[in-house]
Design a protein around this ligand. Structure first.
Ligand code: ATP
Ligand code: MG
Length: 365
């Protein structure tokens, strides 16, 4: 059938003993895409992945892969590769035997299977002649074996559950690039679970942001960063994520910060233009990299530097103003006076959200 997506997830629901883990999940994934499921701990990412793999039964809904309804297929008939967070390698089997396992389960003949093992190990950059057991490998090498095992069956879909979480920061960065390269070389449609937004932004074609068992937004990384649909997403995506500042509409023409302060350049963005009535409570998202600090100038909000973090190239300056704390990202070369400074808002109009629903207000300034 033309026009229908490669992976089509519809109305997937799951509860554990009455507690809802997934509400009503719809998701389409194009063939050959690299998609991340991004969200905080407990939001249902692994639950959804296990339902796709067939390891967990959904309470309702259906899943189609390549036009076939796989909702009720057992895991071994789905031809889906899965890499768990802890790799789950068989400790008593050699590396080669680990990678061969799924091929033997499929009843592949010995010569063909050995060839596949060679190919798969080479694909993840491991020496096919490696004769060790998993316990004799580093975390990064074990992770590669787990990926080789998952791709050896030439899966129709590759599912990765926090595949980088056991690696140190340097290795994490290296392996996430390798994962994307492997994906580009093999063309295997991939879904990766992560709670690390930087990882999702760096690797994915599209990101599904989840919270509380729901998908809040499903977009390309740039669109997610530029136009987050909710305040939660704005406060979750970015390095560091946006500052969420409560505002209230004083009247049709001016804002105050919810702590009572008036920040002139912000105050004059008419609430009326955002369709907000006087007295309404809103949230403004201010990207740390779009804010500026200085010691003089028109429209600066007085604040006090409470901490400075050097992050290599840039500094994160934490500023307290009227009981609200904001983070500003400045170049490490910028001289920092203080502790008393002025905060300057972004040049462009900040994103505004309704404080109750959390949804973005389509401002027309
Ligand atoms: N076997 C289970 N029995 C009962 N509740 C469960 C079970 N597995 C998961 N849950 C609950 O379902 C919700 C979703 O869990 P899930 O493991 O899918 O989250 P997650 O997004 O993968 O989190 P994490 O990032 O911590 O791995 C959580 O509230 C969790 O406590
Ligand atoms: Mg999980």
């Amino acid at each position: 059938m033309t026009g229908s997506p490669y992976l089509r997830i519809r109305s997937i629901k799951k509860s554990y003993k009455g507690a809802v883990a997934l509400h009503d999940i719809d998701l389409d994934v194009e063939q050959g895409a690299f998609v991340s499921l991004l969200g905080p701990s407990g939001c249902g990412k692994s639950t959804l992945l296990q339902i796709l793999a067939g390891l967990l039964e959904a309470d309702g809904g259906d899943v189609q892969l390549g036009g076939e309804d796989i909702t009720n297929l057992p895991p071994w008939r789905r031809n889906i590769g899965l890499v768990f967070q802890n790799y789950a390698l068989f400790p008593h089997l050699s590396i080669r035997q680990n990678v061969r396992f799924g091929l033997d389960m499929l009843g592949m003949d010995r010569t063909e299977a050995e060839k596949r093992v060679d190919e798969s190990l080479a694909m993840v950059g491991l020496d096919p002649a490696l004769s060790r057991k998993p316990g004799e490998l580093s975390g990064g090498q074990q992770q590669r074996v787990a990926i080789a095992r998952a791709i050896a069956i030439r899966p129709r879909l590759l599912l990765l559950d926090e595949p980088l979480s056991n690696l140190d920061a340097v290795l994490r960065h290296k392996v996430r690039l390798e994962l994307r390269e492997l994906h580009d070389r093999t063309g295997i449609t991939t879904i990766m679970v992560t709670h690390d937004q930087a990882e999702a932004l760096a690797t994915s074609d599209r990101i599904a942001v989840m919270n509380g068992g729901r998908i809040l937004q499903y977009e390309a990384p740039e669109a997610l960063y530029r136009a987050p649909a909710t305040a939660f997403i704005a406060g979750f995506v970015g390095s560091p994520p946006a500052n969420l500042v409560p505002l209230s509409a004083l009247d049709n023409n001016s804002w105050t910060l919810a702590n009572g302060q008036v920040w002139k350049p912000i105050a004059s963005l008419a609430p009326r233009a955002a369709g907000v009535r006087a007295g309404a409570a809103c949230i403004m998202a201010l990207r740390p990299e779009a804010l500026a600090v200085g010691v003089s100038g028109e429209g600066g909000l007085p604040g006090r530097v409470v901490a400075i973090e050097f992050i290599g190239g840039d500094r994160l300056v934490h500023v307290e103003t009227g009981g609200t704390q904001l983070t500003v990202r400045v170049s490490a070369e910028q001289a920092m006076a203080g502790p008393d400074i002025l905060l300057f808002p972004p040049q462009e109009t900040p994103l505004l959200f309704d404080a109750n629903s959390g949804k973005r207000l389509k401002a027309d300034f």
